[in-house]
Design a protein around this ligand. Sequence first.
Ligand SMILES: CC(C)(COP(=O)(O)OP(=O)(O)OC[C@H]1O[C@@H](n2cnc3c(N)ncnc32)[C@H](O)[C@@H]1OP(=O)(O)O)[C@@H](O)C(=O)NCCC(=O)NCCS
Length: 142
Amino acid sequence: MSHEIRALSEEDLPLLQEMETYCFPGEEWTQKMLLSHLEYHQAFVRPQETPKTYALVCETPWEVEIFRIATLPDYRKQGEGKKLLFSLFQTYPTKDFFLEVKENNIPAIQLYETSGFQILEKRKNYYPDGSTAIIMKRNKEL
Ligand SMILES: CC(C)(COP(=O)(O)OP(=O)(O)OC[C@H]1O[C@@H](n2cnc3c(N)ncnc32)[C@H](O)[C@@H]1OP(=O)(O)O)[C@@H](O)C(=O)NCCC(=O)NCCS
């Protein structure tokens, strides 16, 4: 595993909860959801004393799905998200990556498009608020 990344464990639940609160106000995952994610899937930060960015992913035998990636508001547009994303690619070099993103989430779409993701399809009325989802894929390193 790359030294530029740290896998989180259930001990990191308070850190994850705090970051969720700052990064997704009003849409944060509950403690139960985060704990369940840590139990069954994977979560990562960059190895900083105080992490600025984190990712929640789900690895299957065929692919890696990114459920969430976020950077604390004060540290955005400083390359943090992209560094973590590229460390994820190094961590899973043999896997394709998938994700879904709201069509109006321009910062996230910029991050993904400048990191090698391409649009696979759009799904209208996908989210509870009626907005469209964009499904994106990044092919494994060949
Ligand atoms: C999306 C998000 C993770 C980006 O993190 P970040 O650390 O600010 O991203 P970076 O600084 O690494 O930027 C990556 C690229 O996206 C671009 N970008 C980032 N924010 C942008 C914005 N607000 N507008 C336009 N482009 C933007 C950067 O210019 C950069 O491109 P470049 O490398 O070609 O210059 C961050 O905005 C965030 O946490 N948003 C809230 C949570 C969220 O919506 N997550 C995604 C869905 S789960």
